[in-house]
Design a protein around this ligand. Structure first.
Ligand SMILES: [Zn+2]
Length: 147
């Protein structure tokens, strides 16, 4: 398997890749947790002015807010929103990896998001990922309450 250098992930996070390149690296991301780690390191570096990710509750709220905005207004995402979307993608992938076997729908969801993306429906790709992660957060919160 050919891995991508950190520069590539920086370009990806900063939205500097061509559509073809982006598709390529995203496909790779689905199957390589080594590059997923690099990718997430870049997000942390590049997203320093973003909501503090260490504060899980604030992060959840930020994501939920983002979901509301995306779903209600369907605006073109700003650079900052794109970064949030990157957070969300990374979070959903991490959660999917972490919960494989436990959350069986995860993998299926990722592949359906993948398919959506391949059809060039980028806006609905983002929305689907956001919806998916929102669902995961709800699931996690429900678990927290029960435990
Ligand atoms: Zn890789």
């Amino acid at each position: 398997m050919t891995h991508y250098p950190i520069e590539k992930w920086k370009a990806y996070v900063n939205d500097e890749l061509t559509e073809y390149e982006r598709e390529e690296v995203e496909q790779h991301l689905y199957s390589c947790d080594r590059c997923l780690e690099l990718y997430m390191a870049v997000i942390e570096q590049e997203g320093e002015d973003m909501p503090v990710v260490e504060d899980e509750r604030a992060f959840t709220e930020a994501v939920l807010q983002e979901t509301t905005v995306t779903v209600k207004k369907q605006r073109k995402p700003s650079i900052q929103k794109k970064t949030v979307i990157h957070y969300v993608i990374a979070a959903s992938m991490t959660l999917t990896l972490m919960t494989t076997g436990f959350f069986e729908g995860g993998i299926q969801m990722v592949s359906s998001v993948e398919q959506t993306y391949q059809h060039g429906q980028i806006d609905s790709f983002s929305a689907e990922v956001l919806n998916y992660v929102t669902g995961l957060f709800e699931l996690l919160e429900a678990n927290e309450r029960e435990g």
